[in-house]
Write a protein that binds this ligand. Structure first.
Ligand SMILES: CC(C)=CCC/C(C)=C/COP(=O)(O)OP(=O)(O)O
Ligand SMILES: [Mg+2]
Length: 625
């Protein structure tokens, strides 16, 4: 049954019958794959810097390990290292330093006098899974629990720091809820009342646009390197190292995406008229989830998985008839490719590609980790396609689910659970049955991070989807069941996003039978979703902010570590016919210090991070503080 405004086409199915197929009229990709394939082969200068990079890394380690530095300066240094995108080089040193700060505070008392240092200490300790109690903020509130309005620049800095800290709240932490509400409103107004420096004003705008905790580290690094360069008390070693490292990671990402473009064009899914052709956007999702050089296999194979997740979504949402979708779901459930001729060629292409890439992952895990994982990948695909089929049936029956019923299905159908499974498989040093069984039960952290993708997707895409007669999404489900207006429903859904974040803040502090960067990847998936859907559908609708992110993150604009300001573009930018010149906004970003990329070789490999060990949540710490 086609909805009123919906575009449809007549087509012939495998039995020679006429069927009505929907059409979402997705726009073509804005990327020229000839250009993308040419990336990553322009420069080979990074070896020139390898020795210097190692020396600078040694210097930064020495600083982080320093016993002379007071705890506030140490926290500022660690915050800076992380925001510059360098945290992954110094995990061990940072972990040790944070433990020492925590022990010192537990033994001698909190000791941070002002709001700025208290908030920074709180944010960083929570970020490192030390559950410091929210009571450390009580002394900054009056007897009604309100925080004070700042009257000068220092006050604004404190408020900004409080705002950033409040995003680490757990469920039920009222002081932090108040802090978040107060600081956001106050920061929005404060610019009118206080004459602050342009640099502080930029920091306030940046924070209000999105808090640090929600920003993908890689995107934050780009902004922060530029901002840090303008700071009077910047550390030149840190700045130079950050630029070199940014370039080095970028050169690796370029190479990976160029190879993926080759795979994508050969596969031919980009030519299926009904499906979104979004290879670059899919790569960006993955590069934001795990950006570190040593996880190239994860970026490569999980990008392929997400390409197929989107293609399958379009098969179920747009192209397939209910009968075809039932056959396809049954194939996936039985993990069978015999009699594949029962499916029309376009669906067959998608299913076979999905089957092949899943087997490629299995071969990789067998070869690299001695573990066969097909039953686990299969289960997730089966769950996912069953969820997609359920949504297709809702569509055909014009069923209007309640929000809870909707979320149960639609969190599975968006593909984040499968993506996180692949992240585990392709980043951990050791795959265990215990971890796989645990992940297959969809633990809270995985569910919540995928729910953040789903809810943000709905906030950004449902207007277009309603226009073309799609199913109800979370906003419409809530409007339908509560008689709320659209604006109130949107606020409700944003409230759910916040709830999911609070759950994740709690979940990362638990212990898990999982090693590798899996937990952080869950947070990063939610962060990527915040950024993809912040200004509309940055995934489905090509161009806009996502294109800008891709341009500055992957295809253009490495830093010149020796020069400030000025830039020159990449000399070899491919021969893309359709490539558009950068927009004025991109031009502005590029002017912040661009130079040709340095090299394609990776630096000395960094040992894989181990996030597996969890501290037990610390209660009663206020007593000690
Ligand atoms: C986990 C990741 C990275 C997912 C990205 C791919 C994806 C299926 C997006 C949703 O498409 P949509 O807007 O068509 O969603 P739906 O049809 O489910 O509403
Ligand atoms: Mg869809």
């Amino acid at each position: 049954m086609a909805a009123q405004n919906e575009a449809t086409t007549l087509s012939i199915n495998n039995l020679g019958e006429e069927v009505i197929r929907r059409s979402a009229n997705f726009q073509p990709s804005v990327w020229d794959y000839g250009f993308v394939q040419s990336l990553g082969s322009e420069y080979s200068e990074i070896e020139e810097y390898a020795e210097e990079v190692e020396r600078m890394k040694g210097e930064v380690k020495r600083l982080i390990n320093s016993k002379e530095m007071d705890s506030l300066s140490k926290l500022e240094l660690i915050d800076c290292v992380r925001r510059l995108g360098l945290g992954y080089h110094f995990e061990e040193e940072i972990e040790k330093a944070m433990s020492a700060i925590y022990d010192e505070k537990a033994k001698f008392g909190w000791g941070f006098e002002d709001l700025n240092s208290s908030s920074l200490g709180f944010r960083l300790l929570r970020q490192h899974k030390f559950l410091v109690c929210q009571d450390v903020f009580e002394r900054f509130t009056d007897d009604k629990g309100s925080f004070g309005v700042p009257s000068n620049e220092d006050g604004v800095k404190g408020l900004l720091s409080l705002y950033e800290a409040s995003f680490h709240a757990l469920e039920g932490e009222m002081i932090l809820d108040n802090a978040k509400a107060f600081s956001s409103t106050c920061l929005m107004n404060v610019k009118k009342d206080i004459n602050m420096s342009p640099s502080l004003a930029r920091k306030v705008d940046h924070a209000l646009d999105m808090p640090i905790h929600w920003r993908p580290n890689r995107l934050e690094a780009r902004w922060f390197i530029n901002a840090y360069e303008g700071e009077r008390d910047r550390n030149p070693i840190l700045l130079k190292l950050a630029k070199l490292d940014y370039n080095m990671v970028q050169s690796i990402h370029k190479k990976e995406v160029s190879e993926l473009a080759r795979w994508w064009v050969d596969l031919g899914v980009n030519n299926l008229a009904f499906a979104r052709d979004r290879l670059m956007e899919h790569y960006l999702w993955n590069a934001l989830v795990v950006f570190e050089p040593q996880f190239g296999a994860c970026r490569e194979m999980t990008t392929k998985i997400i390409c197929l997740v989107t293609a399958m979504d379009d098969v179920y949402d747009v192209f397939g008839t209910l009968e075809e979708l039932e056959i396809l779901t049954d194939f996936v459930d039985r993990w069978d490719i015999s009699e594949i001729g029962r499916l029309p060629p376009a669906i067959r292409t998608c299913y076979l590609a999905m089957y092949d890439i899943s087997n490629d992952i299995n071969q990789w895990t067998i070869k690299e980790r001695g573990f066969s994982v097909i039953p686990y990948i299969h289960k997730m695909w089966a769950d996912q396609t069953k969820a997609l089929l359920k949504e297709a049936k809702w569509y055909h029956a014009r069923h209007k689910p309640r929000l809870q019923e909707y979320l149960k299905t639609s969190v599975t159908s968006i593909g984040g659970l499968l993506m996180m499974l692949c992240c585990y498989l392709l980043t951990t040093n050791k795959i265990t049955k215990e971890a796989l069984d645990f992940i297959s039960e969809y633990p809270s952290i995985m569910f919540c991070s995928t729910a953040v993708v789903r809810l943000n997707n709905d906030l950004a895409t449902s207007s277009d989807e309603m226009e073309r007669g799609d199913n109800y999404k979370s906003i419409q489900c809530y409007m339908n069941e509560s008689a709320a207006c659209e604006e109130a429903a949107r606020q409700h859904v944003k409230g759910l996003v916040w709830e999911m974040w609070k759950n994740m803040n709690r979940d990362v502090c638990k212990s898990y039978p999982i090693t590798g960067p899996f937990l952080n990847a869950c947070l990063n998936l939610a962060r990527a979703a915040q950024c993809f859907y912040q200004y509309g559908d940055g995934h489905g609708v090509p161009g806009g902010k996502t294109k800008n992110h891709l341009i500055i993150e992957i295809t253009e604009g490495a830093y010149n570590p020796y020069q400030r300001g000025g830039h020159r573009r990449l000399q070899s930018r491919g021969s893309g016919r359709n490539r558009e010149p950068p927009t004025p906004e991109i031009e502005r970003t590029l002017k912040l210090g661009i130079f040709p990329i340095l090299a394609n070789e990776a630096m000395t490999p960094v040992p894989p991070l181990d996030w597996g060990h969890r501290r037990p949540p610390l209660t009663g710490i206020t007593g000690a503080l």
